[in-house]
Design a protein around this ligand. Structure first.
Ligand code: M6R
Length: 604
């Protein structure tokens, strides 16, 4: 949450900051601002409520500064206003912040700041604390300051009498940095400066960075020098651009076939899953008593698919836990338990803390993560990277399908290692998995039909998503997608549960998106559909049927290609993603930046 970028070097900073903020905007888009050295010992600020485009409009066309910092905000303390926008300047200090300083009230008292602050933010308090502690030595002021702060933070700081220098420090909230030909960069994530460098390092917690045009020095709070550990990514700036698509979400929906191939193909040896290159050998899967999958939002929904697969195929007890609940409960985890955490960003604070808790109980912690070197990846004992490439749209699409594909691979591996799956069955399963990218391509070609057939959704007030078994997990994902970008109220229900209360909400014309692809409950779910149809629902049915025996049960059918039950989740979810996308666009909303949300949830 909140995007931050800093640069000092040999080219003008303003466009670097504005372009970087544009790419970081998915982390928050309430307000934006920049600070830069205008002349010796003077820091200028430009900031405004609104988007980066609004900030760009108030920036100076002739800005030749080569050192500055920029921020795009997701409001936590204080409403969305010009004055609450970052950067905050107090005396000689100007800073930007991602995170929450929990004890800011205490600090206001301790430093007698009452009545002296302009904004309602915890960030301005931090700036005032650094200013109060500053006597000409930036590093000393920062070291003393951060020892007083409780909470999470990633700061980039300018000191007016140290032109050309950017200081940075973090706890929990992520930051990456790099030095390259043009100068030194720092940001919340690599997308901000990928056009300059595909090499970067993760800023270690509580390490103080001093950035100059010539390089970056890094030292612990005790003053011990540390060397950056550089990582490299194999994607470039085009992966973080729309490339002709109307929205990032649409682009990312379309990228799913390649993302799935990139995630599964390198992990197949002789037609079977092999995680040796990931540093995970078969012993990891041996002697596993139970599995807990922990995640948030869409990643948690991917976990629900994982649960259905693993538990039903091998009768291993599998629990799926919402990370924000799990971290405050007494976990039922033993030494033989496997804990799988799932996260696109690898920075979701609740998932990270849940993982830290799990690490206390078992060594078998495995992270399924998209972002290389992220906090969750580093904290976990084992990691399987998904290779979706950067996901920019707030609504997760390709990250979900690669997480689900990873569970399919894990299922086969677990089945083989535990002797619960024959090699023949495993090969057949993998063959079907390899068909998935092409099956999704077929669905992508039908986008216009899906848009036309589901136009009705745009005007809906309330909608329901129903299914049984695996399809119920999908229903939850479909409902979340629709809610978060189109603001249409959507509820997901296990189809058989509707008549225990919720069916009372079904009235004439209410859309019910019904998924019926699990053979063992097919006739049951069809009966449930009849029940809502009889009460006037407008039924959109996702099923494999070439010809539905009783066409009166639905108003629209969206056909799923003929695949074994479990594999239908892939084409089905792509259709659900399109339904949400077209509903949002049809209502005139930007699906990439839904209200109140941000991509990476790094606060509790
Ligand atoms: O980065 P993570 O996968 O840990 O994020 C988890 C959720 O915040 C995320 O999936 C969220 O629910 C998506 N916006 C949904 O589209």
């Amino acid at each position: 949450m909140c995007g931050i970028i800093g640069f000092t070097g040999n080219i003008p900073v303003q466009d670097i900051l504005l372009d970087g903020l544009q790419r970081l905007e998915y982390r928050g888009y309430d307000s934006a601002g920049i600070a830069y050295f205008k002349e010796e010992q003077h820091i200028s600020l430009r900031k405004t409520a609104g988007k980066v485009a609004d900030l760009r409009a108030i920036c100076d066309d002739n800005n030749s500064s080569v050192c500055g910092i920029g921020h795009t905000r997701w409001a936590t303390h204080g409403g969305v206003s010009n004055v609450n926008a970052h950067p905050h300047r107090v005396g000689k200090v100007a800073l930007i912040h991602n995170g929450i300083i929990e004890n800011y009230h205490e600090l206001i008292e301790k430093f007698h700041l009452g009545g002296k602050l302009k904004s309602e933010t915890d960030t301005e308090v931090a700036a005032a604390v650094f200013e109060a502690l500053y006597d000409g030595d930036p590093e000393e002021a920062i070291r003393r300051g951060v020892k007083l702060f409780k909470g999470s933070f990633a700061f980039c700081i300018l000191f007016a009498d140290h032109p050309g220098e950017v200081y940075a420090i973090r706890n929990v909230s992520p930051m990456v940095a790099a030095h390259c030909e043009e100068g030194s960069f720092i940001a919340s994530d690599l997308t901000a400066f990928i056009s300059y460098s595909n090499r970067y390092f993760i800023v270690p917690e509580y390490h103080l960075l001093k950035m100059t045009p010539d390089g970056i020095t890094m030292a612990s709070l005790e003053g011990e020098t540390a060397e950056p550990e550089y990582l490299e990514v194999d994607w470039d700036v085009t992966a973080a651009q729309k490339e002709g698509y109307a929205h990032f979400m649409l682009k990312e929906i379309n990228e799913q076939p390649e993302a799935i191939s990139r995630t599964i193909v390198p992990r197949l040896a002789n037609g079977l899953p092999d995680f040796t290159e990931d540093g995970i050998d078969d012993s990891f899967f041996e002697d596993c008593s139970d599995i807990t999958i922990v995640a948030c939002g869409t990643a948690m929904h991917a976990g629900l698919v994982g649960k259905s697969l693993l538990q039903n195929m091998f009768q291993i007890p599998v629990t799926v836990a919402i990370a924000s609940e799990f971290r405050y409960e007494a976990p039922v985890i033993g030494e033989k338990s496997m804990v799988i955490v799932v996260s696109q960003s690898g920075e979701t604070i609740d998932t990270l803390e849940a993982l830290k808790l799990a690490n206390r109980y078992t060594k078998k912690t495995l992270a399924v993560v998209n972002v290389k070197g992220s906090s969750i990846a580093r904290e976990s004992n084992y990691v399987l990277y998904t290779h979706a490439g950067p996901e920019i749209a707030v609504a997760s699409t390709k990250a979900y399908t690669v997480q689900v594909a990873t569970f399919f691979l894990l299922a086969v591996k677990l089945g083989l290692v535990t002797g619960k799956m024959t090699e023949k069955d495993a090969r057949a399963f993998v063959d079907n998995l390899q068909r998935v990218p092409d099956v999704i391509r077929q669905i992508l070609l039908t986008a216009d039909d899906i848009e036309e057939l589901t136009q009705r959704m745009t005007n809906a007030q309330n909608t329901f998503f129903i299914g049984r078994g695996l399809d119920y997990s999908l229903a939850m994902e479909g409902a979340l997608k629709l809610k978060e970008i189109s603001y249409i109220h959507a509820e997901a229900y296990a189809a058989g549960e509707l008549k225990h209360g919720t069916i009372a909400l079904i009235s004439e014309g209410v859309p019910v998106i019904s998924i019926a692809n699990q053979s063992h409950v097919y006739s049951k779910v069809i009966s449930n559909i009849r029940e809502v149809k009889a009460r006037g629902a407008y039924v959109i049915l996702l099923s494999r049927d070439e010809k539905i025996s009783d066409p009166s049960i639905c108003d629209v059918q969206l056909r799923i290609p003929d695949l074994p039950d479990a594999f239908t989740v892939f084409p089905s979810v792509v259709i659900l993603q399109f339904i949400a996308y077209f509903a949002a666009v049809g209502k005139g909303f930007n699906p990439d930046q839904p209200r109140n949300l941000a991509k990476s949830v790094t606060v509790e």
